[in-house]
Design a protein around this ligand. Structure first.
Ligand SMILES: [Zn+2]
Length: 255
């Protein structure tokens, strides 16, 4: 599946990958016109390293009007979503399958906050960099071959992102795309915990005894325990048995 047009799904796709996202006001309509088909992700460093680096990316410089890329990746792994439209970040260059000297209309730019000497990447930032690239590439139907360093694409002598081995980076990105060898992030674990608390919290505060929790409360007063509406009328035990059965069936199919 490929995608044509502006990536208005950027924030949702990153969040779904367990990443922390800050949506900048107006990002959906910010940009230098509309995308054509999306073919990949171009990786940069800001060459600043401060918490204010995003301001230049959003507002631009005297010689180059912003936005300068769709995303900024902070040192703690947080993504700032700056723009959904085309941004000026690629410059002149080439990469197999990308239009020469015209990548801005076809690739999403990520400006990762860093001094630019290759020594100040944080583990959280590198992890989020790979997960974010993988999530975007999966969404546009591309693989890690289209996750490219600016220095690999550029014909203008760019060096960014400095200190990142792109062969290793792409291997990890592909693993995230394939969901192989991909451990859950802390954010993903928290999502699951929140889900469990959200699901079980209201039930446990609602019921008056343990039989209700196990068997359903609707017919309690009649001395019958007829299961839970949320579980298609099954008791908790029957619902668990049903889930286990389905998991075993998936396992035996090698899923
Ligand atoms: Zn760059």
């Amino acid at each position: 599946m490929s995608w044509t047009g502006d990536p208005i799904w950027l924030a949702d796709v990153l969040r779904a990958a367990g990443l922390t996202v800050i949506e900048h006001e107006g990002w959906r309509t910010r940009g230098h016109g509309d995308f054509r088909d999306l073919r990949g992700v171009l990786c940069h460093h800001t060459a600043g390293g401060s918490a204010n680096d995003w301001r230049v990316v959003q507002n631009g410089r005297i010689d180059l009007p912003g936005p300068l890329s769709q995303l900024v990746l902070e040192r703690d792994g947080t993504y700032r979503v700056i723009a959904a439209g085309v941004c000026w970040h690629a410059g002149r260059g080439s990469w197999p399958g990308w239009p020469t000297n015209n990548a801005n209309y076809h690739v999403i730019g990520i400006e990762a906050v860093s001094r630019g000497d290759g020594t100040d990447w944080t583990p959280a930032q590198l992890d989020a960099y790979k997960r974010g690239c993988a999530a975007i590439l999966a969404r546009i139907g591309r693989d890690a071959e289209d996750c490219v360093a600016h220095r690999e694409y550029s014909h203008e002598g760019k060096i960014d992102p400095a200190g990142i081995d792109m062969a290793e980076f792409r291997r990890d990105v592909q693993a995230f795309i394939d969901r192989k060898d991909a451990p859950m992030s802390a954010a993903e674990v928290k999502q699951i915990q929140d889900f469990i608390v959200g699901f079980c919290g209201p039930i446990s505060s609602d019921v008056k005894d343990i039989r209700e929790q196990l068997c359903g409360g609707r017919q309690r007063d009649a001395g019958m325990f007829g299961g839970w509406e949320q579980l298609d009328g099954m008791t908790v035990v029957d619902a668990l048995a049903d889930v286990m059965g389905r998991l075993k069936a998936l396992e035996s199919r090698g899923v």
